[in-house]
Design a protein around this ligand. Sequence first.
Ligand code: NAP
Ligand code: MG
Length: 477
Amino acid sequence: MSKLFIDGKWVDAVSGETISVVSPVDGEAFDAIARGRDADVDAAVSAARRAHEGAWGRLSATERGRILTKLAQRIADNTEELARLEARDTGKPMSTARNDIQVLARYFEFYAGAADKVHGQIIPFLNGYTVSLLREPLGVTAHIIPWNYPAQMLGRTIAPALAMGNATVLKPAEDACLSTLRVAQLAVEAGLPDGALNVVTGYGHEAGAALAGHPGIDFVTFTGSNEVGTLVQQAAARNAVKCVLELGGKSPQIVFADVDAARAVPTIVKAIVQNTGQTCTAGSRLLVERSIYEKFVGQIGEAFAAVRVGTPEMDFDCGPVVNRTQFERVNAMVDAAKRGGVPVVSQGQLASNLPRGGYFVQPTLFGNVPVRSDLAQKEVFGPVLAAFPFDDEADAIALANSTDYGLLAAVWTENGGRQQRVAKAVRCGQVFVNCYGAGGGVELPFGGVKRSGHGREKGFLALEEMSTTKTVVQFHG
Ligand code: NAP
Ligand code: MG
């Protein structure tokens, strides 16, 4: 689909240029998308403004909710087709892709129901006055999303923005646009007014930069790398526009000696190999109390050795990573750690009959990782788990907080007091106790602290982020 979706219509990029869509399974081009740039972003932002001031902005919250309910249903009805598209585009195993589409539908379902449940407040003030706090949409919201969970990210960012009555402009990652473009078609079928959702595909440094810095937007939300997040925040600052940033993590799994290992081991392995480790919330650090370190890391190692990598249709634990850059980046980090003498505890297996030219990487568990090394500090964004021993609770907390990131953490212990103490001491946006929820939970407010970003998505807090208030002071005597 080499068209942009602007003002409810499918249009070519002004330049007429396109970008090839490459399959991560074999490195071959199989489709093309439009290469949107400044002029296309201008048209999309204008269309969104007209929608906000026109047909979309005039709808009641209940009517907005009804349209989003229809869109959720259209997505659910087309789960299989959307999942195939998503798997083709990103290389995900089919069952992961299916789950992603179900979560996409769930986002629209949740926020459709929430649209008319956002209340204002009445504030006590001087005698003779009534003060109301109205909650209003921001206007035109800009959304820049990455390639790791394209469908889920679309739902996470667009559903609350629309539910709140904003008109939206979305720039998907050039590596993964296909499910987004299909959802735009479904939105038309659901009756979404023209201009409420606009999709401009293209390169980040062209369409993405044009959108982030556009003077016609009222808000921008970005998920992706720290480098680009900083550029987006600078661009937003120039227009005095609020921004929400979600920039990834290096999330710790903190395992104490009284862990229920039968429950913890499969959850911990899944939390890093899910989506081939390309998950901002991946549990990429394993912190284990020294008295059980060898035994527990050995159990994780056995489970790791059983992790299989294959094509979407093989539907194993991992697919390929998304593109050649990621393939080289993950392999370079693994090779550097090996060269630096970090011990490999175990590795997963690539299927024997994989297509040539695909971006398949071998899942790897490293043990006794030096705390200041790249592997301990930097996001690999691949199926690579780094294990560390710790001595006591204080040591565990210090180690958990020893990176620049602060997105998620998990604590594994049966000791209730310790669960609470550690949950409070770890600096991050979500803590899981004896469970893990990488990416899951539409209802659960989500976002980071420290270099993982700021602002909250998901749950009702997303509606607050994507709206503003107006204080109306009325004198009536
Ligand atoms: P990225 O460049 O930050 O891409 C994220 C989004 O920003 C994409 O839509 C991208 O478009 C767009 N973009 C790129 N340059 C831009 C600019 N100058 N202005 C505005 N938007 C721009 O991330 P990446 O290069 O794909 O991945 C690199 C690393 O980022 C990964 O290895 C991983 O560590 C991290 N990452 C984190 C997350 C997360 O969920 N937090 C997701 C993805 C990646 P194009 O892709 O079309 O250029
Ligand atoms: Mg792709």
